[in-house]
Design a protein around this ligand. Structure first.
Ligand code: NAD
Length: 299
């Protein structure tokens, strides 16, 4: 039990996003038992007041809710179906929320399997990046039964500001994939505008500022534009994770016979970025593809 009678959370996946989300849950008065394969990540949030768990079942053992924030579908499946997994050892609160970005089809399968065991499952991926996670300002898009969503909502409020129940199981992941294809294509559009502006000798800071005041304005231009202009490719939302999301988008679209030509084009550029060793860099490193195509660089 947390401060002022607030509930307890088992949190699995203490990475770029998870560590900030755990800190915000603790700040809001929830107790958190944290698990990650990387012990240093758990030690980091233990300093902020989280208890350390040895495995997934240990994180769940006295939790009202378990939240997972893992890289990809197989990681979530390992935590649910694995030896010390949540299917065998669900939390006493019988509520599991996956906030990772994974396949909507896998989310529905996990939902069905857990439901047979009497456990509710919500897919609730997020948008807003590490800064949104740090500022408890994430946009959270949730799929699953309304009753389970209502139970999870107070916990979401500690981590996000825009919290929406978008439909049945899997709907949260579908909305997130729509979000990701817009982000990818938008990043590409910004790279192209900056490449053209640079080749024309326009001041890129001014270009960005003017565009932010008009109809070409976007979150990406605001948040990633400065890093692109300065040539800062450091951490953030990694190229590798975006490629994972674009793969999920294509798999989903193909299964539904929806052509996505714009997404296909930007995906090739992300593949090019990864082939040039940019996989661990932030998404702003997509601009390096344009550096190579124009034989110019910033920063
Ligand atoms: P990350 O790679 O930084 O963190 C993932 C953590 O999960 C790592 O610490 C890893 O050790 C741990 N992990 C992996 N497998 C595990 C297992 N079986 N058991 C326990 N721990 C395990 O990733 P992130 O950037 O925090 O992203 C997490 C999820 O959120 C991804 O699905 C990503 O697509 C999504 N997301 C990320 C961002 C972002 O900007 N970074 C934004 C929105 C959504």
């Amino acid at each position: 039990m947390g401060r002022d009678g607030k509930g307890s959370v088992g949190f699995i996946g203490i990475g770029t996003m998870g560590r900030e989300m755990v800190r915000n849950l603790l700040k809001a008065g929830y107790s958190v038992r944290a698990f990650d394969l990387n012990e240093a990540a758990v030690a980091d949030v233990a300093k902020a007041g989280a208890a350390r768990a040895q495995h997934a079942a240990d994180a769940a053992r006295d939790a009202d809710i378990v939240i997972t924030m893992l890289p990809d579908t197989p990681d979530v499946e390992a935590v649910v179906y694995g030896e010390n997994g949540l299917l065998k050892f669900p939390p006493p609160g019988n509520l599991i929320v996956d906030m990772s970005t994974i396949s909507p089809v896998a989310a529905r399968r996990i939902h069905g399997d857990l439901r047979q065991a009497g456990v509710s499952f919500i897919d609730a991926p997020v948008s807003g990046g590490p800064l949104g996670a740090k500022n408890a300002a994430l946009s959270i898009m949730a799929g699953g039964e309304a009753e389970a969503f209502d139970k999870a909502e107070p916990f979401f409020r500690a981590m996000g500001t825009t919290i929406t129940h978008v439909g049945a199981s899997g709907a949260g992941q579908t909305v997130k994939l729509c979000n990701q294809l817009i982000c990818g294509i938008n990043i590409q559009a910004i790279c192209e505008a900056l490449a053209l502006g640079r080749a024309s000798g326009v001041d890129l800071d001014l270009l960005r500022r003017v565009l932010l005041g008009g109809s070409a304005s976007s979150w990406m231009l605001d948040k990633l534009g400065p890093a692109m202009i300065e040539g800062d490719v450091g951490a953030g939302f990694r190229i590798d994770l975006m490629l994972k999301d674009l793969r999920l988008v294509h798999e989903h679209a193909q299964a539904l016979n929806v052509p996505l030509p714009g997404t296909a084009l930007v995906t090739s550029q992300y593949v090019d970025a990864r082939a040039h060793g940019e996989g661990a860099n932030g998404n702003q490193a997509l601009f390096r593809v344009y550096d190579r195509m124009t034989n110019q660089s910033t920063g």
